[in-house]
Design a protein. Structure first.
Length: 482
């Protein structure tokens, strides 16, 4: 049903492209398949796409889960957690939000439902409580993103070329941190309130089928403790590797001359800048300037992107498989199989962006007010409505608004990307077109109607709090440099 809805959106966009008032370039149904393939190429691109990063992360997670380390930890702490049920809900919610905020995890939490659902059921809660902890935690974590991955692409590809700036994506970090603390606190109290309201005695839970033997939980021995430590280590390093703060630390430059590439991990990258043509006798010859520089597959620590995440988590997954005595190929195949629906959802969502780019929407900036105190709230509301309806014009609108926003102030332009990001994540938190939400509902046997009925108050509060913070954002801008 989810993919049928997307196909309907594709048809609506194709029909809308034939109206001159909406788009500059009409497109046909024959453009759909090439657009899907183009989106798939972008999604699975090692450097800029997030598809391979999701698979690598799933590989690490499935190696961890199949080692039974997390299950053994929960079993060893079951009595302690039973006495602190609501504290356990808070811990799961905060951990999920923090991982989403720092690592941009969202769909990755799909793999945790088979673990968290029975765990919360055993404590007297329902399946919907796991949705609030995992999906809700990831949603608010992404709204108050502490990593610069989500904004860096817009800065480098859209804002910097259009407005001639040198933004890095780390601008507005303190504001985002404040947003994360406030929204995570709201969600934690909401989840505790909900779980406390529906809490049942363990004896009232449906009896398990006695014909199916209960899975035996292995002991929490030194091997599984070491696997948990390694998982934490790989996740922590990946978080720190994406923080711009660590990239600013200057290190002594080591020469790699006369050292094999497989030892020093550097290689020469050659680029040729076309300079023109010269006439030599009766023939013409093209001339170019050759530029060479040392590059590394791992890049600079603090500026890690998708490719470094893929390398790092793949190494972590292999090491955990070896320690847990798991079949590496089978674990990888399981991870790929489980993430295929997630990848397809990303491809379909990306197809909308490709179609919109082919249409060349006629976008103006007439909706921007003259007052810089109102421009950011209006941007938030406009982007929220568009993205909720699966009309993703972030890139086109950001490009059109760049010079106008820069005229207010350089920091107004910088913080506008944070506002657009917040609008996107708030909209995707409740949008029926969000593939992660639909898969999370399936994992918890819930419906979209039930989700809206139980969380409309929560998302109304989140929307109003975000809007209030954005209204006050100029005061943060005034206290920033630049």
């Amino acid at each position: 049903m989810f993919f049928l809805i997307y196909l309907l959106v594709f048809v609506v966009l194709i029909l809308a492209s034939w109206f001159p008032a909406i788009a500059k370039q009409p497109i046909g149904i024959t453009n759909l398949i090439p657009s899907i393939w183009e989106s798939a190429k972008d999604t699975l691109d090692l450097k800029n796409g997030n598809g391979l990063a999701i698979i690598a992360m799933a590989f690490l997670l499935y190696a961890l889960l199949q080692s039974k380390s997390v299950q053994a930890l929960f079993a060893s702490k079951r009595k302690w957690l039973q006495k602190r049920k609501l504290a356990a809900v808070a811990i799961i919610t905060i951990t999920t939000s923090l991982l989403a905020s720092t690592l941009w995890w969202a769909d990755e939490f799909i793999h945790f439902y088979p673990l968290i659902v029975p765990f919360l059921l055993s404590m007297g809660f329902d399946t919907f409580s796991s949705l609030l902890c995992l999906y809700g935690g990831s949603a608010v974590g992404l709204i108050g993103s502490l990593a610069n991955k989500g904004r860096q692409g817009y800065f480098s590809q859209v804002i910097n070329p259009e407005a001639n700036t040198h933004f890095t994506g780390s601008e507005g970090f303190l504001f985002s941190a404040m947003v994360w603390v406030i929204l995570t606190t709201i969600l934690v109290f909401f989840n505790i309130w909900y779980c406390n309201k529906i809490q049942k005695k363990p004896t009232t839970l449906p009896a398990t089928n006695q014909s199916q033997p209960e899975e035996k939980i292995p002991p929490f021995n030194w091997r599984r403790k070491f696997i948990l430590f390694l998982s934490f280590f790989f996740i922590l390093v990946s978080i720190l590797g994406s923080f711009k703060f660590f990239a600013k630390t200057e290190t002594v430059k080591k020469t790699s001359e006369n050292i094999p590439e497989w030892v020093c991990n550097t290689e020469k990258e050659e680029k040729y800048n076309y300079l023109g043509e010269v006439k030599v006798g009766s023939s013409e010859m093209e001339i170019a300037e050759k530029n060479t520089k040392d590059t590394s597959w791992w890049g600079k620590f603090g500026e890690w992107g998708h490719s470094q995440t893929v390398y790092w988590f793949t190494i972590g997954g292999i090491i955990i498989c070896l320690i847990a005595k798991l079949n590496i190929i089978n674990t990888l195949i399981t991870a790929v199989t489980k993430t295929i629906p997630i990848i397809i959802a990303y491809i379909f969502a990306g197809t909308i962006v490709v179609l919109l780019e082919k249409m060349e929407l006629k976008i103006g900036t007439g909706f921007l007010p003259r007052s810089r105190f109102w421009v950011l709230p209006i941007i938030f509301v406009v982007f929220f409505l568009l993205i909720f309806l699966a009309v993703d014009v972030r890139r086109a609108l950001a490009k059109a608004m760049a010079k106008t926003l820069k005229s207010y102030s350089l920091n107004t332009l910088a913080y506008s990307i944070t506002v657009i990001h917040m609008a996107r994540m708030v909209a995707e938190g409740i949008s029926p077109f969000n593939g992660n939400l639909q898969m999370s509902l399936t994992a918890t046997n819930s419906s979209y109607k039930k989700y809206i009925k139980k969380t409309w108050l929560l998302w109304t509060i989140i929307f109003l709090v975000c809007l209030a913070l954005i209204v006050a954002l100029p005061f943060f801008i005034d206290r920033s440099s630049g």
